[in-house]
Each structure stands twice: as C-alpha cells, then as structure tokens.
Write a protein that binds this ligand. Structure first.
Ligand code: ARG
Ligand code: ZN
Length: 877
C-alpha cells in the first residue's frame, strides 16, 4: 500500500511508559511488554491498533484483566478499552525466533550474540506497539539470559540492577532517563569486551564511554574511541550540545544492514565502522569510522532529543546529521587545504550517487510525498542532498547565524517529534535579517521538488565599459510525479579570476528563472569561478574554453573549483572521444595541454598530496555516463581505460618521482597529511603498473610485489595489491593468494579481498566468471550483508565495465541475486535492485537486456514490498 505524507494524523493513543522483560533464547525469546497508555484527547476516540510482525501472541491484559481483541493484517486491534482519558495498563506477552531472523530487523542473532535494529519499523518485530516516531515513551528493560553464553546484557540508559538467577541465568535491568520513540530502542546480549574511557564534560559532568566488540578485537577499538571523544568535544564546542547521558555505548556487530544506528545511549555499529588497526584498516576506513562515529553521536541531539514526526521527515534528522558529521570532519582538519579535500570527497559522492538518483526512477524530494517501503528511502537524496540543503541554510545565515538557529530549534522543540518545516522556520526566525528568512517559502522548494537543478551561465565582457556580466538561467527537468518545477533559491558563491589578479569571493543568491550580475572596473576579460566550494547541489553549465579551464586549474584561489576545472577538462576529452567512437586500443583521448597541466599539478611545490591525488583521478565511469543521453558502458569503459593508460605512460617519469617523493619513515598515523601522501603514492603505483604491463617492463610489478610483502600498514599493502590486480599483471595471483592466507581470520579484510576482485577492471569479460567463483569460495556467505556487498554489489553497482555485458550475462546474474537475496533479506535485495535504475539511458543491446532482467524480477510472485517498489518504479513510464 502507498503511504502519503498528506495522510498524517496524530495517534489515537499515547504510550507513556514501557516496561519490557526479555527471556533471551535464540529459538524462542519471550517478551513481556507492560505499558501505560492513555487516549489522545486531541483525536476522536477509536480502537487501539498496535503494529506487530512475525510475533506469536500468547496473552493480552488490560488493567490486569483478559480482554477481547482481533488481528487485522499485521495489527492487533483492541476495541473495548476503558473510556475517558485516565491512563490504563496494557500487558502483552509474545514470543519470537531471533535465530530465524535473516532480515536483521528487530531482534536477531549474529555470531551467537543478540542484537536489535529497530529503525525504521523493526520494533514491531519485537513486540506489539504504536511503532511510529511521534509516540515517545519512557523505557525500563529487564534482560534475562544464560550467564555463560551471554555474560554482557545491555540496553538503553543506565544499568540500575543486575544479579544471578537460577539455572545458570542472570539478569540486568536498564532504565532510560529520556523518553524516546520505539525506533531508538536497543538491546545487546553476548560475549563482548569493552574499551572504556571516562571523560569530564565542559560543565564538569562525568561520563563513561564504552566500545564493545568480540574478545579478539579489543586492539582495534582505539580509533573509534578517539573519534567518539572528539565528537563529544566538538558538539559541545560548536553547537553547545553536551552529552546528556552518564553512559554512552557503541557495540559492533558483523551482521548489519546499514552502517550504524543511533539507539539512545547504545549505538549499534557495523564492525566496518568501528574496528581498525594499521594492519587491517586503510586510511579510508579510518576516515569513515571518524565520520560514522560522529554521525551516530550527533544524532543524540539531532534525531533523538528532537525526532521526526513521521518518516517523511527523515531528512530532518539525517540531512542535518550528515551536515554535522561533514562539518565535524572538516573542523578536525588542521590545514585549510585538508578541509577542501574533504569537501571535494563529499561532493564526489553527491554527484556520482545522488545526481543519478535524482534523474532516475527513484527520484524523490528531500521530504518525499509518498512511499511503499520506508526502508527504500534511506537514500543519498535524504542523506547527502538533505545535508546540502542544510549547508545552504548555513550559507544564507552565516556560520554564527546557523548556530543561533540550532539553539532556537532546541529551545522550541527539545523532547518533541517535529517536521522539516519546524527546523527551517527555527533557522530563519533566529536570523530575521538573513536571505534565508526573506526567501523561506521559496527556499523550502528544496524540500518539496525533486531533481537536480541546472544552473546555466554565460559571460559577457564589455572592454570599453570595463564591465563583466554573468547571465544566469535555472531549470529543473521533470521527475516522477513532478512535471513542472518552480525556480529554486540557489546560493552561488563566485569570483573572477584574471591572469594577474582576482576578485574576492562573493555570494550571489539566485531566485528567478533568469538573472544577471554585473561586475564593474574589470580591466581584462576574466574567467568566472562559479559555485565555489560547490555552494549549491546543482549542475553548472558554462561553456568554458579549454584555456579558461587551464587558467582556473592553475590559478583559482578556490580549491574546489580548481579541482573542478581539471575534472571538466578530462570529462570533455572523454565525451569527445566517446562521441567520435575512437576508442580502439592505442587511442589517446587526452591532449598535450591537459597532460602538461596534470604534470604541473603533480610536481607542484606547495599543493598537498591529497589534493593532487583528487585532481589526478579521472571522473568515474558512472559520472561520465550521467553526462550522456545514451550510454554505451563498454565504450565509456574503453575510453576511460585509454585515458588512464595515457596518463600512465605520458607521465611515467613523474609517477616514478611521485612514488619516491611520498615515502615516509616513522609510525603510522591516519591524519589527512600522511594519508594524502599514501593516497598519491598509491595512485602512482597504479599508473606505474599500468605502464609496465603495456611496455612489458618487469621492474615496477616486482617492486610492487615487494612493497605488498613489506608494507607496514594496510593502506600501503592494499594499494600495492590493487595496483597489481588492476594492471592485470601475472604477479597479481600470487599476491592475492598471499593476502588471503595472511588475513583469512579477519572478516573485514576478506571483504576487501573479495571486493577488489569483483570490482576490478574488465578485460574481455573475465570478471563475471571470477565473481561466480568467488561466490563458490568457502568464505563467501550470502547471509552476511558485508560479504554479499563485497562480491555482488562490487560487481553489479561498482564495476560498470564488468557488469554491462553485451551478452546480458551480467543482468541475468543480477536478477538471480536480487531474487535469491529477497528471500533472505529484502532490504539488501532492494539496494541491489537499484543497480539497474538508469537502464533507460542504455544503448542497445544493453537496454533491452536490462529491461528483460527487470521484467523477470518483477514477475516473481512473492516479491517483498522493498524490491517490488524499486523494480516497479524502474519499469514505470
Ligand atoms: N539512522 C541510521 C543512520 O543514519 C540508519 C538506519 C537505517 N535503517 C534502516 N532500516 N534503513 O545512522
Ligand atoms: Zn543517520
């Protein structure tokens, strides 16, 4: 059934308190749920409808007495409840089977321990409840379990009592001092150990921080703990938001659908975003851990203290919290250039994942109007585009003004379940003279209109008058259900770059369909640097000449646009070559000016290594595909490979220099400067091996294998392995075997081993057979989401050259896996189903073959709602 935002009504009942008792048993867990409820005086009287899924109901008592009830779909319906507005007691006894829970929603077992995941609608798989975020209650939780098997028993809040019971069992009682919606409930039980840290807040309060992992993993928790301490300090310093709990726990599990979950006081994380030491984790892993630990911690205020009224408001907490974690990571950078690197990385995610979503069948506004399955709306639009919307609010009110807006938001709504409107209004009201306040209704179109706006600009220089005018127009293509769009408020940060001088950055706020901006006293024709720092999530069309882009690449004081100029040059060469069909072996799509510019960046005396690595990385195949109306994935792959080979050979001496110049001695540190050096050295190694395979040289592959063997950290080791595997050199097999032997007991490292092979560059169709073999490997397990993603998603979603085969075998594989996974875990299956979102853009024979695969999945009778919604939307016209 389709759920519409406009149909929201307040609940007919409120739940004030919940007292849950669990007798934990993998096969049959007993759950006693004692609640106090009362009728909502603002709503017409009606029956109580409690959500429940895959539960065995044993008993229902109202005020201690048996009562009549009925089941309607997945709801327990109670009609004969006490009249009036007095609270009454409701007691429900159910059982469930955590060990059979392969969906990993609700209560499930992983590695012999119990975990929960309740967002968005998992609590109803634990007990009957008003499982909606606007029902906020106080929770008391008692856990009982076998003491030897489950020595650690955790839930939200504070541990108030614990002790032993008969038959080798024990118990723990937890009380959460904050009311919360059911999606923030959590419990954990198992054999776990914790790294602990006591901290004192600015206000002088003591807190206990804990990171729980399986016993062998304690040596991989230091970075997560450091990230947590940094998060606590940052939220207090930047937004005045302190930790409001005596105890804050993070628990890692290796079976998890998403990245992590912000349950009040008891965050549950995918191990991928907790565990790290230098031998097993890369610099990218370290940086992701910092972001995700920050993200979940920041939810404690933006999400938990103030939550969402309904799931259409999801971006209220997610967009805001992504914005906060991005700001956190930037603020942790010591150098301003490292902040720019982080910004470029974030924009790259937005443009390669969110822009395609916004242009495809699943396009939806940041605040959607309808959904079938809410789990399908934990998207890059809600998260990353939502973060850009919040960032624009900060741009339109200033950093200080935005912080004032946050303070007002908490003054108004702390402890409540609210809407995106409430948030935007708070930011505007705290800044009455800001552009945001003046334009608020129009600004809010960012919440209601889907699709990526296009901002087109044209420059006009009048030498006699010494003026330069930029003429802007904006437009936005139709998206499903939204044919016509009204103009957006687009904050355009810009400046003019001349041969010898440049203007300061200024903010131009675009509000009309067409608008112009004139600069005076411009003595030479400048190059406009538009959308600095990517000040709005739009596509900028400006007909730059190559010479203008080379000027920006060399001279723009804005690092984002400097990087962008290089990307535009590479993109242009790629598109020209694709259009010309000149992609046979030996093609040289890149011109000398570009190669020389890349050499100049690589050898630049003052730019950081991390920035150089970004500039020298070509736009991805996915990003190139987005710029084309008709996509031939094989042609894109061939052209991009030709460009890589050209960069490898034309700059060979420079890559040799870069590799040698970015070595370091001394201890491993994951900071931005050292990780930037490793990233650039890694890129150099990739190119050196590509060039070596081309020329038949054996020196660099040999050196790479040696580095692989000697590396003192996973970043260098994995980069060496990836360089060998990516080049197709014969030494790759030996390195892969050794890597597997070294890390056979490290699940997260094995995921990398699988992902590298499934994601490697396709040379004549070898990847799909390799993927099939990987799935038959004894270490493969379809039920473990990380492992399934490492093989299947790395191939179907991250390897366009391998996946889009002219013989359709990639699509057949995809359809089989979607259907197979759907029987196990619909959420993971629905994510995989998104791999064919952009099928309509494909050239033949890909287009027809992709459609056939989609039709085959759609024809399956017992498909989950999750996959059904994705494939039906893909096939709709
Ligand atoms: N709120 C979590 C986060 O952003 C994500 C939970 C997603 N859960 C889901 N079932 N889709 O950190
Ligand atoms: Zn989140």
């Amino acid at each position: 059934a389709v759920i519409h935002r406009g149909d929201y009504t307040a609940p007919a009942y409120w739940i004030d308190t919940v007292d849950l008792s669990f007798d934990l048993d993998p096969a049959k867990t007993r759950v006693l749920n004692k609640m106090t409820l009362r009728r909502n005086p603002d709503v017409e009287a009606g029956p109580l409808r409690l959500d429940g899924e895959e539960l065995n109901l044993a008993r229902v008592l109202v005020n201690g007495q048996g009562t009549s009830f009925k089941m309607e779909n997945n709801q327990l319906v109670l009609e004969n409840l006490p009249e009036g507005h007095e609270p009454f007691a409701l007691e429900i006894f159910t059982t469930c089977a955590p060990v059979k829970n392969t969906k990993l929603m609700g209560l499930y077992v992983s590695n012999e321990s119990f975990f929960t995941q309740c967002e968005a609608e998992g609590f109803r798989r634990i007990t009957y409840f008003l499982d909606r975020p606007d029902v906020m209650a106080m929770y008391t939780v008692t856990l009982r379990a076998d003491k030897a098997k489950y020595p650690v028993l955790l839930s939200n809040g504070n541990l108030v009592e614990h002790g032993t019971l008969e038959d080798g069992r024990h118990f723990a009682k937890w009380v959460d001092p904050h009311k919360k919606p059911s999606y923030l409930f959590a419990l954990v039980a198992g054999q776990l150990v914790a790294r602990e840290q006591r901290i004192t807040s600015r206000a002088g309060k003591e807190h206990l921080l804990q990171v729980y992992v399986r016993p062998g993993d304690l040596d991989k928790t230091e970075h997560a703990m450091n990230s947590l301490m940094a998060s606590v300090a940052w939220d207090e310093a930047r937004f005045g938001l302190p930790l409001d709990l005596e105890r804050f726990m993070i628990v890692a599990t290796s079976d998890f659908n998403m990245g992590a979950m912000e349950n009040k006081g008891l965050n549950i994380f995918n191990t991928k975003y907790v565990l790290a030491n230098q031998a097993t984790a890369t610099d990218v892993d370290y940086s992701n851990i910092e972001s995700v630990v920050g993200h979940e911690y920041f939810h404690n205020w933006t999400g938990n203290r103030i939550t969402c009224r309904d799931w259409f408001q999801l971006s209220l907490k997610e967009g805001l919290t992504v914005f906060r974690d991005q700001e956190f990571s930037q603020d942790l950078c010591a150098e301003p250039s490292a902040r720019a690197v982080k910004r470029i990385e974030d924009v790259r995610v937005l443009r390669t994942a969110q822009f395609p979503e916004d242009a495809g069948p699943m396009a939806h506004p940041v605040r959607p109007d309808s959904y079938i399955e809410i789990n399908n709306f934990y998207t890059v639009t809600i998260y990353e585009k939502g973060a850009e919307v919040v960032r624009m609010m900060q741009t339109l009110t200033s950093r200080v003004g935005f912080a004032k807006g946050m303070t007002l938001y908490f003054e108004r709504f702390d402890g409540q379940a609210v809407t995106c409107d409430d948030f935007a209004q708070s930011i505007a009201d705290a800044n009455p003279d800001s552009a945001l306040a003046k334009l608020l209704p129009q600004f809010k179109r960012w919440y209601s209109q889907a699709g990526t706006p296009r901002l087109a600009a044209r420059g006009e220089y009048d030498a006699a008058a010494q003026t330069y005018t930029l003429h802007f127009t904006q437009s936005c293509a139709p998206t499903p259900g939204q044919v016509a769009k009204e103009p957006f408020v687009i904050p355009v940060s810009l400046g003019l770059v001349g041969a010898t001088s440049h203007t300061d950055t200024q903010l131009f706020v675009m509000t009309e369909a067409a608008q112009s901006l004139t600069f005076n006293n411009v003595t030479e024709e400048p190059v406009p640097s538009i959308l600095r720092g990517f000040s709005a999530p739009v596509v900028l069309d400006f007909d730059y000449t190559d010479a203008q882009l080379l000027t920006l690449l060399a001279n723009d004081p804005d690092p984002f646009n400097r990087w962008e100029a290089g990307q535009r040059l590479a993109l242009r060469s790629a598109i020209n070559c694709i259009a010309a069909g000149a992609y046979s072996t030996g093609a040289t799509p890149l011109n000398d000016a570009y190669i020389d510019a890349m050499r100049a960046v690589l050898r630049h005396p003052t730019l950081d290594a991390a920035f150089k690595e970004l500039v020298l990385t070509l736009p991805s195949e996915t990003y190139i595909a987005e710029q084309l109306d008709v996509v031939d994935p094989q042609r894109i792959h061939a052209v991009r490979e030709a460009m890589r080979l050209q960069l490898a050979t034309a700059l060979q001496a420079d890559w040799e220099w870069a590799f040698d110049a970015h070595q370091y001695n001394g201890a491993y540190e994951p900071d931005p400067v050292s990780s930037g050096r490793r990233a650039l050295a890694g890129l150099a190694l990739t190119f050196l091996n590509l060039a070596a395979v081309q020329s038949g040289d054996t020196v660099w592959p040999g050196k790479t294998l040696q580095r692989f063997k000697d590396a003192g950290n996973m970043t260098d080791r994995f980069n060496a392995l990836a360089a060998l595997v990516g080049s197709g050199h014969a030494l790759a097999a030996q390195a892969l075997a050794r890597f597997h032997a070294l890390f056979k007991d490290e699940a997260l490292v094995l995921d990398k081993w699988f992902a590298l092979q499934a994601g490697t560059s396709d040379r004549g169709g070898q990847v799909l057979p390799a993927v099939r073999q990987l799935m038959a490997h004894p270490d493969f397990n379809l039920r473990n989401p990380n492992r399934a993603r490492s093989v299947i998603f790395s191939y179907c979603s991250a390897n366009p050259g391998g996946f889009h085969r002219a013989d359709a075998a990639g699509y057949v594989f995809w359809a089989d896996r979607v259907m197979e996974l759907d029987g196990i875990n619909p959420q993971v299956a629905a994510r995989l189903a998104r791999a064919l979102d952009r099928w309509k853009k494909l050239a033949e024979p890909y287009r027809s073959a992709a459609r056939e695969a989609l039709v085959r999945v759609a024809a399956k009778v017992d498909l989950s709602n999750d996959v059904r919604e994705v494939v039906d939307r893909a096939l709709a016209d």
